[in-house]
Design a protein around this ligand. Structure first.
Ligand code: NAP
Ligand code: MG
Length: 503
């Protein structure tokens, strides 16, 4: 198969060039850019070419200790005295600054992660800006209650919703800026201070943002940003006795490990983990929506999305037609460098991820799944895997059970029409429960299915829609805690009851 490849890249914004001019990039601790205590650095690679972009300082335990000390000090001495409307203004100002720097941030995100520049510009960054503005609004709306009690009017009881203090936040590489905003928005609106670790593959945009955090006027030390590895800096954050809460997004395996580590000092945890989400197309679906929607479900961000609709169930009446149309649409997708404006499918984020996805392709072939399109890596520098559709996938195959985190779809037919028992059982036949898609024009069926699927987000006649106001998180082994919406405020506050005897 010949694959159209988009090679020509855009010219870099002068602000990106300036940012990258001098390396290695430093850690952001106490409002300053500082080298790591060890002086060690690591390289970050452009997945579109496999070339090194720059190097960054590598944080380890000593740097985490430093960041916690600074954060704790500013929490008690300064940040806890900043009124809520000021916190709201700071968040709003940060959103404005991100908007001013949208182009360099989008370019840097595409360069470091490989995602298509058009997606970074029109999806990732606008969602980030909205997210900060949404939580800027919440800063002034978090409050306790006065509670009537059985002791009578002489006893005043009320609650306060207080911040937790030093919070550790750890994110993956698939949506570096968006995941950062999901972590920082609610935590800052509620008055916490942060020790934040980026993913080793994508440290750059958060460091660019650090300058904007200073410019917005946050007191130095409220936000600390560390580049580094999970096994060292990540572990140190998870084990630090004075970090009282961890918010983690990443794989289920690391999430379980973090839960074990956090048991020793009973840290609060919120975990956004992996998925193997079912996407169901009923025979009465509007296929003009269901087909492009199901393409987005699996191929958006090269399938490197925790919500990826990677198990596609298609009613047998329309199975062949839908797969033929999806294969034709996949063939038209332009694979290319992230920084090319015509690219639909960029590279995977890293050589490691490329090898991992290839292993799944080989397992799919070996298990006898039918390959409708794709199925082989692209032989060129960078980490390219074309959109791949496997048909007639058996539930026991690894491509049907494990999270691939690549542009690989496992499709299967189903027969239910009115009795939905079998399709619901199959949709729920996974340890994950992050998201699901349902395509039907039958309103009653849509709701019945939506209620029975065990997942934190259900999209009906849509897929991957997100909004800062709508809670997001997992069922089962996809984690717990809800980010976004009012629910995220619960992750970052603790309730204190105050009793006042008025006699
Ligand atoms: P990962 O290996 O779990 O890494 C996620 C983050 O955890 C990285 O910053 C990583 O550092 C760090 N980490 C690794 N080991 C650690 C440890 N022992 N202690 C503390 N931190 C540690 O995940 P990934 O492979 O980078 O990302 C893909 C996964 O994330 C997928 O499974 C996907 O489903 C999931 N995800 C979930 C959501 C959601 O909202 N539910 C969103 C996006 C992604 P390093 O960078 O050094 O590895
Ligand atoms: Mg990793």
């Amino acid at each position: 198969m010949s694959i159209p490849f988009a090679e020509k890249t855009i010219d870099l914004d002068s602000r990106v060039a300036r940012f990258l001019e001098k390396g290695p990039k430093e850690l952001f601790i106490g409002g300053e850019f500082v080298p790591s205590v060890s002086g060690k650095t690591f390289e970050t690679v452009n997945p579109s070419t496999g070339e090194v972009i720059t190097s960054v300082f590598e944080a380890d335990k000593e740097d985490v200790d430093k960041a916690v000390d600074v954060a704790e000090k500013v929490f008690y001495n300064e940040w806890s005295k900043v009124p809520s409307n000021e916190r709201g203004k700071l968040l709003w100002r940060l959103a404005d600054l991100i908007e001013e720097h949208l182009e360099p941030l989008a370019q840097l995100e595409s360069l470091d992660n490989g995602k298509p520049i058009t997606h970074a510009r029109t999806i990732d960054l606008p969602l980030v800006i909205d997210h900060f503005r949404y939580y800027a609004g919440w800063a002034t709306k978090v409050h306790g209650e006065v509670i009537e009690n059985s002791s009578g009017p002489e006893m005043l009881t009320y609650t306060r919703r207080e911040p937790i203090g030093v919070v550790g936040q750890i994110i993956p590489w698939n949506f570096p800026m968006l995941m950062l905003s999901w972590k920082m928005g609610a935590a800052l609106a509620t008055g916490n201070v942060l020790v934040f670790k980026t993913a080793e593959q994508t440290p750059l945009t958060a460091l660019y943002l650090a300058d904007l955090i200073n410019e917005a006027g946050f007191p130095p030390g409220v936000v600390n940003i560390l580049s580094g590895f999970g096994e060292t800096a990540g572990e140190a954050i998870v084990k630090h006795p004075r970090i009282r809460k961890i918010a983690f997004t990443g794989s289920t395996a690391v999430g379980k490990h973090i839960q074990r580590q956090a048991a020793d000092n009973l840290k609060r945890l919120s975990l956004e983990l992996g998925g193997k989400s079912p996407n169901i197309i009923f025979s009465d679906a509007d296929l003009t929506k269901a087909i492009p929607g199901s393409m987005v479900a699996i191929f958006f961000n090269m399938g490197q999305a925790c919500t990826a609709g990677s198990r596609l169930f298609i009613h047998k009446k329309i199975y062949d037609n839908v797969l033929a149309d999806m294969s034709a649409a996949a063939k038209d997708m332009q694979v290319g460098m992230g920084l090319n404006e015509t690219t639909d499918i960029g590279p995977l984020v890293s050589d490691e991820q490329f090898k991992r996805v290839n292993r799944f392709l080989e397992e799919g072939h070996a298990a006898g799944a039918e390959t409708l399109i794709g199925g082989q890596p692209i032989d060129r520098s960078g980490y390219y895997i074309p959109p791949t559709i496997f048909a007639d996938v058996d539930r026991e195959m690894s491509i049907s059970r494990e999270e691939i985190f690549g542009p690989v779809l496992a499709a299967t037919p189903f027969e239910d029409e009115d009795d939905l028992t079998d399709i619901i059982r199959r949709a729920n036949d996974t340890e994950y429960g992050l998201a699901a898609g349902v395509w039907t024009t039958d309103l009653s069926k849509a709701h019945r299915v939506a209620h029975k699927i065990e997942a934190g987000t259900i999209w009906v006649n849509d897929y991957n829609a997100l909004d800062a106001a709508v809670p997001f998180g997992g069922y089962k082994q996809s984690g717990y805690g809800r980010e976004m919406g009012a629910q995220a405020l619960d992750l970052y506050t603790q309730v204190k009851s105050v009793w006042v005897n008025l006699t």
